[in-house]
Ligand binder design. Structure first.
Ligand code: ATP
Length: 351
């Protein structure tokens, strides 16, 4: 296993800047998820780490080894990386054993090769599948064989590009849990590209959030979820409500969620970022005097999203209520915010 350190990375395709001033540090043995919208440059970043794309600027280090700097680029086969491209990338004309053994080269004996293939197939829970062709496997089995092929060379790092995207929802949770547990058990440094926030939150030790070719925030799942740097970034990891607010000259925050009297005229305008589960509602008066009317209920069984209408504000606010609930549309309820104050100045009152 190795650490990964990327500094000021830039990648251009012809004259188009795809990655720009990208910084990322991943500790040895950690499982990192790169999360970002389609087209933000996730695959380009992964392919650059693998050595398949030459950057125009910046440095990439594996541990202390500099693998990429403007004058030197270590070729992919010398990077000791297992790369699993989107859809697994298995060779359709080779059977499972040939696919898994593909990267082992000719320097090892036949017996040694056989033993590595067997141990890799045992590791991914598919021993006995040696003779099958890729098209004779399910999506989840193909993912595991692609992983076995990547792990066969005992790589210092594994790069996964949307490994679970092709799987249907029912299979997905089980397979992704298995694969993540497998990689963690082998202590391999892993970088996984995904645009599925739940995959990232559940599996990663560290999440790097990308926007337009840069990493805009990175941290543990709890850090990026609880302390997002902007509303846009907060939306990458979960539902978020932006609430018009004012910071008074004394540094107090006022919003419709915290004060029934409305917002003060003086002070700095901004927004508070609130997660829907931090808005507590009650049929009876609590410490809070703030009231709202329920205008809609989306019931999901394990929880429900309630749309709340506040007097004097056009914007509707969503609150999440866990478990069984007995609220109804049209009901007036007491509302309280129980969570951290996340203040974003300017950009206020997006209705
Ligand atoms: P997705 O989630 O949809 O896979 P992504 O975040 O992985 O997207 P990339 O595939 O890295 O995004 O693409 C980033 C940008 O670079 C896109 O605008 C894409 O059109 C462009 N791009 C990717 N590969 C090439 C290439 N070989 N030549 C020119 N432009 C490219």
């Amino acid at each position: 296993m190795t650490s990964l350190e990327i500094r000021d990375l830039g990648v251009k395709f012809e004259s188009r800047q795809i990655l720009s001033k990208l910084n990322l540090t991943i500790e040895a043995g950690a499982f990192a998820a790169i999360l970002g919208p389609s087209g933000c440059g996730k695959t380009t970043l992964l392919r650059t780490i693998a050595g398949l794309i030459t950057p125009s600027e910046g440095t990439i280090r594996f541990g202390k080894q500099l693998v990429s700097v403007s004058s030197l680029v270590l070729p992919p086969h010398k990077r000791n990386i297992g790369y699993v491209p989107q859809e697994g990338g298995l060779f359709p004309h080779l059977n499972v054993a040939e696919n898994v053994g593909f990267a082992l080269g000719k320097k090892i004996s036949r017996d040694e090769r056989q033993s590595i293939i067997e141990s890799m197939l045992t590791l991914v829970g598919l021993s006995g599948f040696e003779k099958r062709l890729p098209q004779e496997l399910s999506g989840g089995q193909q993912t595991r064989i692609a992983l076995a092929r990547a792990l066969a060379m005992k790589p210092a790092m594994v790069l996964l590009d949307e490994p679970f995207a092709a799987l249907d929802q029912a299979l997905r949770a089980g397979i992704s849990e298995e694969v993540v547990a497998l990689l963690k058990s082998t202590n391999t440094t892993t970088v996984m590209v995904t645009h599925d926030r739940e995959d990232a939150l559940v599996s990663a030790d560290v999440i790097a959030l990308m926007r337009s070719g840069s990493v805009v925030q990175s941290g543990t799942p709890a850090e990026v979820y609880l302390k997002p740097i902007s509303a846009d970034v907060a939306e990458s990891t979960g539902d978020v409500v932006t609430i018009p607010a004012v910071q008074s000259n004394e540094g107090r925050y006022f919003s419709i969620l915290h004060h029934s009297e409305g917002l003060p005229q003086d002070g700095l305008k901004g927004e508070l970022l609130v997660r829907p589960e931090e808005i507590r509602i009650s049929a009876n008066s609590t410490a809070s005097r703030v009231t709202a009317t329920i205008s809609r209920i989306n019931y999901y069984g394990h929880d429900a999203l309630l749309e709340l209408e506040f007097a004097g504000m056009a914007k509707l606010i969503r609150a999440r209520v866990a478990g069984p609930m007995n609220f109804e549309v049209g009901q007036t309820v007491f509302v309280e915010h129980q969570g951290p104050i996340r203040w974003v100045s300017g950009n206020a009152t997006r209705e």
